[in-house]
Design a protein around this ligand. Sequence first.
Ligand code: HSE
Length: 352
Amino acid sequence: MTNIALLGFGTVGSGVADVLCENAARIADKTGLSFHIKFILDLREFPNHPLGDRVVHDFNTILNDPEVSIVVEMMGGVHPAYDFSMAAIRSGKNVVTSNKAVVAAYGPELLEEARRQGVRYLFEASVGGGIPIIRPLTEQAAENDITEIVGILNGTTNYILTAMKNTGVTFDKALATAQALGYAEADPTADVDGFDTCRKICILAAVAFGTLVPYENVRTVGIRKVTAEDVAKAEVSGYAIKLVARALRTEGGVYLSVEPTAVKRSHPLYAIEDVYNGILVRGRVSGDLLFYGMGAGKLPTAGAVVTDILDIASRGNAQPLQSLWTRDASIYVPFLTASEEEETLATLGYPI
Ligand code: HSE
């Protein structure tokens, strides 16, 4: 029996409880593992929830309990989520997170400390919602020479742009629906202005290339200025406007960008619609790999969290494959050369 503690009982946190409880028999059958949610840390009480008696308000209750071996951080925001994660790792606990803001800000320190303590820091749900991408990309990075990642990494903006293209609704109406469906961040600015996508491409590039570029350095343009006219015009010419993130390893360093892009109908990202995300990974060994799935939403994201929990609980003390990142702002190149730009855009389309 593995005792776990959930930090945060919002959309993702309650989803993790649902997935673990509803699939307990299946998990036991396939892996021989069982889990007990011992504590739930939240500011609120949940008197009507079956796990309402597990709620605590003091993180030290979890930190000081030697039975808790996995802490699952789904709080959102950088502080105190980072501080709690680091404290848990320092006290020898594994940490799983869906919190891209923490991973993009403090990934190198948390991964380093986890390595030092002989525990894991896993973040599958921080990018791509329910898409398994961090684990496969970590494995690819060990045996493949990854040169480029191009992706649609935000479900909310993809939902909005798809609704504008296919049903002609206004930006505001599409955003309200995305929020009602639980896709958007609490502050949708993070989605709409591209900050969420920016943190996600920084994480993917760090997994692929081993170096975290500070997200503040990355040129990031959101979709606020994309008009219905832009969308319609692109469609007539055989393109669909998407919020595209790119990461390229060039001779000069790592190039990252987030910008609305008119994607050609022949490109695999063209067909990625609604809340779905798509990530094209290009490697010299693998050629092109395409990852596709629900980029946001309660159960898909919770499912990704649970895969990390299973990974930790099923591996015992073996030394697993886990990335270690350096932090290096100087590796970032803000512009591509004309020939690099031409090569990467040849099949994709053009930034608008
Ligand atoms: N707000 C995010 C999105 C949630 O829409 O993609 C998943 O990170």
